[in-house]
Design a protein around this ligand. Structure first.
Ligand SMILES: Cc1ncc(COP(=O)(O)O)c(C=O)c1O
Length: 403
């Protein structure tokens, strides 16, 4: 099978390595590598302490280089949502990938089967979620076709996704899940690997109490379903799920064996608005848009403003507009929508200073996942955003991997 190939980095990007942050032209997606590594270490320590596996979601960073860094820090592998993301990870050398999502089209399932065979031949592992008997039959057919074509055996791990309150994919907890497990077990090329229970809606509930209540319901659904499956004499080896907002609760439940949280690595603006559960490690913002003032002395009915060169082609706005990084002091500036290529900056409080023409600023995106997907590369810096230097260029090698 043909995996995606990498295009070479431009000379301008390669020449940036070793230079000071001032040399980064704008707008640019910049990763504070030191902050990211601290986030990574905190998660690794948390997982170890709570004796739980972690399989961070790579849909967030879309980078095989960062996936490998996470595995070096103790992650068992990564999750992805899309077949093309899985292909990009494998092309980048990641050998343990879970598509935590349903795949239905035959064309994609043929790719899933090919990837599964490729990884199996190399001591790797591919896993996938299902939520319908038709999905199981199609997956088994694709695996059988691949086996017939190659003559080599491979078995894919299959998780039954149950809908634990998000109202997205997943069968209802209980009998429907049991019947799907039986469907999977009819096919030698599929192995029932456990349950997926991800409650996306719980992640951004602001108070720890609200999140505790939501995940309490999740745990009940999982326990009830697991008991029904076990009553049929079938082991449920693993329950996988959880995001950055709730993973401390899943970890403490004694029911979940694997955490899928991804966003903690970059800690986007929206997650920082959650009131932190005291049990959750403190994560830092690590992903920024570097921008600069391109027009000053502006004025409108809303007052004086300056304009920066990052609009919503530089950052996603589904979770709100970015915040202007204030380096721990009181915010001086508020960011307003200026359209595709512009941001409008106004004083956050009377007396605050508006930045001068050409001055650099750092934006904290509201939502990292779709922000990263707007960029080909992340410029990784060490030594801080003010005086640091460019350490490396990290490719977003699953950018646009939507199929
Ligand atoms: C199935 C699944 N698992 C895990 C996550 C990770 O969540 P987060 O990046 O918010 O930690 C997501 C995010 O949408 C998801 O869809």
């Amino acid at each position: 099978m043909n995996l995606p190939t990498k295009t070479p980095l431009s000379d301008a990007l390669r020449l940036l390595i070793g230079q000071g942050v001032d040399a980064i032209d704008t707008p640019a997606l910049v990763l504070d590598l030191d902050a990211m590594k601290r986030n990574l270490a905190r998660m690794a320590e948390f997982a170890k302490k709570h004796d739980v596996r972690w399989r961070p979601h790579a849909k967030m960073h879309k980078s095989s280089a960062l996936a490998k860094l996470q595995m070096q820090a103790g992650a068992v592998g990564v999750c992805v949502q899309k077949t093309a993301e899985a292909e990009a990870m494998v092309a980048g050398g990641v050998n343990n990938v879970y598509i935590s999502n349903e795949v239905i089209s035959q064309a994609k399932l043929a790719r899933v089967a090919a990837l599964s065979h490729m990884l199996a031949a190399d001591n790797g592992q591919l896993a996938i979620a299902v939520d319908s008997p038709e999905g199981v039959t199609r997956l088994a057919q694709a695996m059988n076709d691949r086996r017939a074509a190659t003559g080599t055996p491979a078995v894919i791990d299959v998780f039954v996704e149950i809908d634990v309150g998000q109202g997205r994919c997943g069968v209802r907890p209980g009998a429907a899940a049991v019947s799907l497990v039986h469907e999977i077990r009819k096919h030698p090329a599929l192995r029932f690997a456990g349950l997926q229970a991800y409650q996306g809606r719980a992640q951004h509930l602001r108070s720890p109490q609200e999140r505790r209540e939501a995940i309490g319901g999740v745990v009940q659904d999982v326990e009830g379903t697991r008991k029904l499956i076990e009553a049929e004499g079938i082991a449920v080896e693993l329950v996988t799920g959880a995001g950055t907002g709730s993973f401390v609760l899943e970890a403490a439940s004694g029911v979940f064996g694997e955490l899928q949280a991804g966003s903690f690595l970059f800690m986007d603006g929206d997650y920082a608005k959650n009131e932190r559960d005291p049990a959750q490690p403190q994560f830092e913002h690590a992903l920024f848009i570097k921008t600069q003032v391109m027009s000053a002395d502006g004025e409108s009915a809303d007052g004086e403003h300056v304009v920066c060169d990052a609009g919503h082609k530089s950052h996603a706005i589904d979770s709100g507009l970015p915040a202007v990084h204030s380096f721990g002091s009181e915010p001086e500036l508020d960011y307003f929508n200026g359209g595709d290529e512009h941001g409008i900056l106004r004083r956050a409080r009377p007396g605050a200073e508006l930045p001068a023409l050409g001055e650099a600023l750092w934006l904290i995106p509201g939502h990292c996942d779709p922000t990263v997907n707007l960029h080909d590369t992340m410029i990784a810096v060490t030594g801080g955003l003010r005086a640091g230097k460019v350490e490396r260029i990290i490719r977003v090698d699953a950018r646009g991997a939507l199929t």
